[in-house]
Design a protein around this ligand. Structure first.
Ligand code: C2E
Ligand code: CA
Ligand code: CA
Length: 647
């Protein structure tokens, strides 16, 4: 321009046109990505191109192209620019409508393209006199600068990168697409208002194309919405951790199944899961749950609906099984869970209690399965089928639990003390504290307190009372008072966080040296390992003595001696009872005192009722004994009197 007039089109136009394929290639390479989700982006771009194209066609291209007063080549070139622009618009729209970071390069590219577009429109419409032509040229120059900037900007590297999010059909897009479809009536109005002949073929074709494209787009949108709704529903019905059905889905299916027949419902609760969680941490617990659900699923081969009901509780719905078939499945599941699990390098043994029930009332059948599962847990059998008497038992237990709570508040519990004496003389060495509540046996109510958790509070009361009594005896009787006191501690208490700290605090409050306290734990309490064993170790470090109660009756008595720090073995009454029988019955009592001596532990023979038993035990090597023969549990043992009586 600066150099004055030259023919149009000129060589520079050729250069411009040669540049466009390169620009396109670049843009398309960036915006490409044969992703299914991009299909809607492509359609959006096509809609915009169709709208812009229609306007262009009617107002720019057609008037120019059919203006026979100018040479064909000039007309073609003039029309070429806006045509290319329409496609450019489409590609850029597609690029910015894609999900992904809106980096600087992308903005430069977009604004550059917009400027180029504006410039081309102006170029086509305005008679390029000197002043307007300068502005138009400036917009072209600026556009090229921006394109160059986009290419050179470091953010260019990330421009093609897509983010994982799904493109949303947002309000902005709806407005844009709606606005584009308005081009059809807008063109009509404009042409009508200007008194021009309405270009009906172009407007008609444009309207049809836009209509079809928008229809396709909306169809896709509806499909996407339906897919998302289905996904959402699936999410709401699945357990996050294991991917199994969750309680909601289970109850839904149960309701449907109960409406159609009599389904079998199994509830499954893992044994010792809490201890594993406490001992190895929640990550291991989670992985175990995943492993358990995988094993159960494999075992079921798609039979029934397996669900995780929460925590370590699973449920199985068998819609068309008979009672016998249901039990066969449950038996298989139970056996499958007995095999150890290899989780994060730990070999974990879990096992489960399973309750099974059937019925046509979905709420009632779940409740029954729960009662049966609870009964299985308590009676330590693999699984139980619901029966009415289980309900009675559950009721009774609930009543007993409530009564115990009230009794604890009303101070109705008290402790009695049974002497543990030296053989053969019968001098009192220590006492064992035993709880009393009216005429009820602790063997009946202690397990209930363990199950409902009251044992934690009751146990603390027992510990404080026993220690206070011990200190009082020390003060009153001096050297004739027992040297130590034994307190029974249940599994639940041991597993309670901070149990050792509680013991330390109680000892300090009573001003009692830790060595004077013996904590009696049962084999089953420490068998599972975990928090209970850690508590025992802490107690041992404090200086408290550890007695293993009912020794010899558990499943791994000898093994425990390697894993749990034990000072005293309380040899169970059953072995003492057998002593009187002829034959091999003394074998176990003999073996146990040998183990005890061999490991440098102290053995106490429990439940000694006769002088003969006491004599046999002494002969076998026992030096400590406890039992009715030496003294029943009483509130205030007469220490001197017991000594005299034994002689
Ligand atoms: P255990 O710890 O093995 O207690 C010994 C049980 O044997 C006591 O029964 C005691 O009275 C009884 N016994 C002692 N000598 C003889 C005898 O010569 N012959 C017979 N037949 N029995 C004898 P008890 O007091 O009924 O306690 C039963 C169980 O209840 C206890 O067994 C213990 O496991 C639990 N228990 C009792 N008191 C407590 C307590 O304070 N805390 C906890 N956690 N459990 C307790
Ligand atoms: Ca005991
Ligand atoms: Ca015992």
């Amino acid at each position: 321009m600066v150099l004055g007039e030259h023919p149009y089109p000129y060589w520079d136009d050729l250069m411009y046109f040669v540049a466009y394929p390169l620009v396109f290639a670049g843009l398309i390479m960036i915006s490409r990505g044969g992703d299914q989700r991009d299909r809607s982006g492509l359609i959006d771009a096509a809609i915009i191109a169709a709208g812009v194209g229609l306007v262009y066609w009617v107002f720019v291209i057609q008037p120019t192209l059919f203006d026979l007063s100018t040479p064909l080549i000039e007309r073609l070139v003039t029309v070429g620019y806006p045509t290319v622009d329409v496609f450019m618009c489409a590609v850029v729209t597609r690029l910015i409508s894609r999900p992904g970071a809106r980096v600087t390069s992308l903005w430069l590219l977009t604004v550059g393209s917009a400027l180029n577009f504006v410039g081309d429109v102006a170029w086509s419409l305005i008679d390029t006199d000197a002043s307007a032509g300068g502005l138009v040229d400036a917009s072209f120059l600026l556009a090229y600068l921006m394109w160059a900037g986009a290419g050179l900007h470091p953010s260019m590297a990330g421009i093609g990168r897509r983010s994982g999010t799904r493109p949303r059909f947002g309000r902005g897009r709806l407005l844009l697409l709606g606005g584009i479809t308005m081009t059809v009536p807008a063109v009509l109005f404009l042409q009508g208002a200007r008194g021009e002949a309405v270009n009906w073929p172009a407007i008609g074709i444009g309207a049809v194309v836009l209509f079809v494209l928008v229809l396709i787009r909306l169809g896709g949108f509806v499909g996407q919405t339906q897919r998302q709704a289905a996904e959402l529903e699936d999410l709401a019905m699945r357990d996050d951790l294991t991917g199994l059905a969750n309680r909601r889905l289970f109850e839904l299916r149960l309701r449907a199944a109960a409406g159609a027949g009599v389904p079998q419902v199994c509830l499954l609760d893992l044994n010792g899961f809490k201890q594993i969680n406490d001992r190895h941490g929640h990550a291991v617990g989670d992985h175990l749950l995943i492993a358990v659900s995988a094993r159960l699923s494999t075992e079921l081969h798609g039979e029934g609906l397996l669900a995780r009901m929460g925590g370590d509780e699973f449920a199985l719905l068998l819609t068309e099984a008979t009672a016998a078939q249901g039990e066969a499945v449950v038996d298989r599941l139970w056996s499958a869970l007995r095999r150890p699990f290899e989780v994060d390098g730990h070999e974990l043994l879990v096992g489960a209690a399973i309750g099974i029930a059937d019925g046509a009332d979905p709420v009632e059948v779940l409740r029954r399965a729960d009662v049966a599962m609870y009964a299985a847990k308590v009676s330590q059998v693999p699984f139980r089928r619901y029966a009415v008497d289980l309900d009675d038992r559950a009721d009774e237990e609930a009543r007993l639990g409530a009564e115990m709570r009230a009794a604890l508040d009303a101070g109705q519990f008290h402790l009695v003390y049974q002497p543990i004496v030296a053989l053969p003389g019968g001098e009192i060495r220590s006492v064992e504290s035993l709880i009393r509540w009216g005429t009820r046996s602790p063997a009946d109510f202690i397990p209930v307190a363990e199950r409902n958790g009251l044992i934690v509070e009751l146990g603390e009361w027992i510990l404080r009372s026993a220690c206070a009594q011990f200190v009082a005896w020390q003060a009153a009787s001096g050297t004739t008072a027992p040297e130590r006191i034994s307190v029974n501690v249940s599994a639940r208490q041991l597993a309670e966080p901070g149990f050792a700290d509680l013991v330390a605090e109680v000892l300090a409050a009573a001003a009692m040296p830790p060595g004077r306290l013996i904590v009696e734990v049962t084999e089953t309490a420490v068998f599972g390992g975990g928090a209970a064993v850690r508590a025992v170790e802490e107690l041992h470090r404090l200086g408290v003595r550890i007695a293993l109660d009912d020794f010899g009756t558990g499943h791994s008595s000898l093994g425990l001696l390697q894993t749990v720090p034990v000072d005293i073995l309380k040899v169970d009454k059953s072995f003492v009872d057998n002593l009187a029988l002829a034959g091999r019955h003394a074998v176990i009592a003999t073996a146990l005192i040998q183990v005890s001596d061999g490991l440098g532990l102290t053995a106490v023979a429990e439940g000694v009722e006769t002088a003969e038993q006491a004599a046999s035990l002494y002969e076998l090597g026992y030096r400590l004994a406890q039992g009715y023969h030496f003294g029943r549990p009483v509130s205030q043992p007469a220490f001197d009197a017991v000594e005299v009586a034994a002689r």
